[in-house]
Design a protein around this ligand. Structure first.
Ligand code: SF4
Ligand code: SF4
Length: 694
């Protein structure tokens, strides 16, 4: 009876403290913006089973990932045992779940075995943290308190496992001493119980001590976690369930901007849709904590501080100040600092500080290449680009504070329809004198015909000296295949992708709405492009603005033509060449297209070799997120040099890719290394054209 009363009192104190903490967090959530509506429950459940319970992202690094996965799975099983202990404590029962029969046996047996596995894993984690210099545990954001916190939590888990094993072992001994039945099966503790030789009374005392220590540590732990980095123990599963369901390459639409742009383009439209992602402050983008959405804040609470994001970040790897983990931790810290005062004094409260500048510098924000490697690696599905682009949006649209080079490309896009200072009248100059059959949409349309594909050349394809060769090569292949296509020619303008990723959502939407109207007027269904950035923005982002097209990347088109038998390679031109392929971020990670380019290379009979970091692990070339048009932030190295060096380590004769930005960066990398004469850099379209002798 006394045991029951003590338990009930402890349990309700735990609930009270936990309830108080939860109430504070709910009030913080109320300070945030709306975020996206939660739909697709079925898909979310599948995702949660895969990423949270299947631990698929943790297992991307198999060795240490497996240990983490065992800890998670162990926790799930042991949690059921803790629920049973709570029922026993509240209702003075003995092994309340024994009613489940054999299922109870299985749960107890798994918990018993997992306790040892978790214990060993925690010892490894502690050893790594205390005695090994693991790079991803370091960084300016990893203050002493972060390490201390991690070690406290690991130690508590260690004690929990020791008390669990002790409890099981002495439960068996004490039951045996009292000639009582043992409920549940405990394979490991059964063995251990035979080792100890002590009086029945002592067995009962140790059993009770372990039982109480175990459950009380759980109660303490449950209330410590919300104030520690291990809050992810509670938050990670809900955060995965509430993940963005879109491709990594898609940025969220700002409907407040859509309203403005539509009114600007057509004052009669008076478009009035509520802003789904808008923040309570009503400003564009993220300046401070009141501008983040509930999902951004949930992300920040779910961060395990594991550093997987930062260790994959090309900017961080090359010595820039940006660390995606720091961005997430800063959001959490800023809410902790400002949130309580906002609750007390209202949402207008100002402490003369802001997230941008007082926590996160502009230098960090502009160093991002938006390669999505951080989001790809994050085991709890945090989407870092939303924070970075959100803050860039604020800097660009509220303060006009983009780096000078980006302001120049915004003007160029507004005035000429291209990031470079070329007139749109010159958009077909690349084809002059080539003798290529190049149907232009306006003329085709005037004849009452409709091509199967609109070939979107892109600004780089039309104006970049190196990439013009790729455009020509691909059109030669299209002509060779008698493809029914047309180009927009002088009617083509920038897709707005680079403006969007640089934070200029207004300019992006203006470009997109103009293009969508033009393409709809021509009745365009299918768009073919060599540029993964254009592919991504047309495929994933234009539908938000009413542009619904089937978009095909040239690598996919070439693969299809090879499969159909329309493209046959027999010259063996590349048979003796070693070729390595660089995955463009916006084809690979953003859109999961890794195999089409490799299929084309295999058909060319080339000797393929892979870089260490390939497919979803591939390192960015350094050009994305507007970096192509500006000086890189200060660091130890340029990203393109790091990637070129990695490509060169394969010993390849040819570095191939399928993106104009990657081509520029790798070409620059080869020039930097003085190797452009001996190692060639080609787009896959050029390889196909060469093989065909076109
Ligand atoms: S998107 Fe790429 S560059 Fe930007 S923070 Fe993430 S990993 Fe780093
Ligand atoms: S954001 Fe994700 S990957 Fe980065 S430290 Fe946090 S949990 Fe780890």
């Amino acid at each position: 009876m006394i045991k029951q009363i003590v338990f009930i009192v402890s349990f309700f104190i735990t609930l009270l403290v936990f309830g108080y903490t939860a109430r504070n967090y709910i009030r913080f959530f109320r300070l945030t913006g709306r975020g996206f509506p939660v739909k697709n429950i079925g898909k979310r459940i599948v995702l949660t089973l895969k990423v949270a319970f299947g631990q698929t992202k943790i297992l991307r690094r198999p060795l240490i990932g497996l240990l983490h996965a065992f800890v998670f799975w162990g926790f799930c099983v042991i949690l059921i045992g803790s629920i049973e202990m709570t029922i026993d404590g509240l209702f003075a029962t003995e092994k309340a779940l024994k009613l489940l029969g054999v299922i109870h046996d299985i749960i107890m047996a798994s918990g018993d075995l997992f306790a040892v596995v978790v214990l060993l894993a925690i010892l490894v984690f502690l050893f790594r943290r205390l005695f090994m210099h693991v790079k991803r545990f370091r960084g300016i954001e990893m203050q002493k308190i972060s390490h201390f916190d991690a070690n406290i939590a690991l130690t508590l888990i260690l004690i929990l496992m020791v008390t669990l094993i002790g409890m099981n072992t002495f439960y068996i001994r004490s039951m045996a001493a009292e000639r009582m039945p043992v409920y549940g099966y405990y394979p490991l503790s059964n063995l251990l119980s035979g080792i100890f030789n002590m009086s029945p009374e002592m067995s009962v005392i140790i059993y009770q001590s372990c039982w109480w220590s175990h459950i009380l540590i759980i109660f303490v732990f449950a209330n410590y976690l919300p104030y520690s980095k291990h809050f992810h123990v509670f938050m990670s599963v809900p955060n995965v369930f509430l993940s963005r369901m879109e491709s990594l390459g898609k940025l969220d639409i700002m409907e407040s901007i859509t309203r403005e742009v539509k009114i600007m383009m057509n004052p009669d439209s008076a478009y009035s849709t509520p802003d789904e992602t808008g923040a309570v402050s009503g400003r564009f983008g993220i300046l401070d904590i009141e501008d983040v959405t509930w999902k951004n804040y949930l992300d920040s609470l779910s961060c395990t501080e594991c550093g997987r994001c930062t260790s994959a970040c090309p900017a961080n790897l090359t010595g820039k100040k940006l660390s995606p983990r720091k961005i997430i931790m800063d959001v959490r810290a800023r809410m902790k600092e400002k949130g309580p005062q906002m609750i007390r004094q209202g949402k207008e409260y100002s402490d003369q500080k802001t997230l941008i500048r007082d926590y996160i510098t502009e230098e960090e924000l502009w160093a991002c290449t938006l390669c999505n490697a951080c989001a790809q690696e994050c085991p709890v599905n945090i989407y870092h680009p939303a924070f970075i682009v959100g803050m860039r949006r604020y800097l660009v649209m509220e303060e006009s504070a983009a780096p000078g080079e980006l302001n120049a490309i915004f003007s160029n896009i507004e005035n000429n329809g291209a990031p470079w200072q070329f007139s749109h009248e010159d958009r077909l100059l690349w084809a002059e004198g080539t003798g290529l059959n190049l149907p232009v949409m306006a003329e085709v349309f005037a004849r009452g015909e409709k091509p199967e594909y609109l070939f979107w050349v892109g600004s780089a394809g039309a104006f970049d000296d190196r990439y013009k060769n790729v455009t020509r090569a691909f059109v030669k292949v299209l002509n060779h295949l008698n493809t029914n296509f047309a180009v927009l020619g002088t009617e083509e303008i920038s897709s707005g992708d680079v403006a969007r990723r640089s934070g200029n959502e207004m300019l992006f939407q203006m470009q997109a709405l103009m293009i969508i109207e033009r393409l709809n007027n021509y009745g365009v269904d299918k768009i073919l492009t060599c540029d993964p950035h254009i592919y991504n923005t047309f495929k994933n982002e234009y539908p938000d603005l009413g542009g619904n097209f089937k978009v095909v990347h040239h690598s996919q088109f070439l693969k299809e033509q090879i499969k159909l038998g329309n493209l046959k390679f027999s010259s063996g031109l590349f048979r003796d060449k070693i070729i390595t392929y660089h995955d463009p971020c916006y084809l690979g990670r953003a859109n999961n297209e890794y195999e089409s380019p490799r299929f084309v290379l295999a058909a060319l009979l080339a000797r393929k070799t892979e870089m260490n970091r390939n497919r979803s692990y591939a390192l960015c070339c350094g050009a994305g997120g507007g970096q192509m048009f500006k000086e890189a932030e200060q660091g130890e190295k340029e990203v393109f040099i790091e990637r070129t060096e990695e490509a060169l380590r394969t010993g390849a004769d040819i570095i191939t890719t399928a993106c104009p930005y990657c081509m520029t960066m790798l070409t620059d990398g080869l020039k930097y290394k003085n190797l452009e004469a001996s190692v060639k850099n080609y787009d896959i379209a050029e390889l196909v054209a060469l093989e065909l002798g076109l």
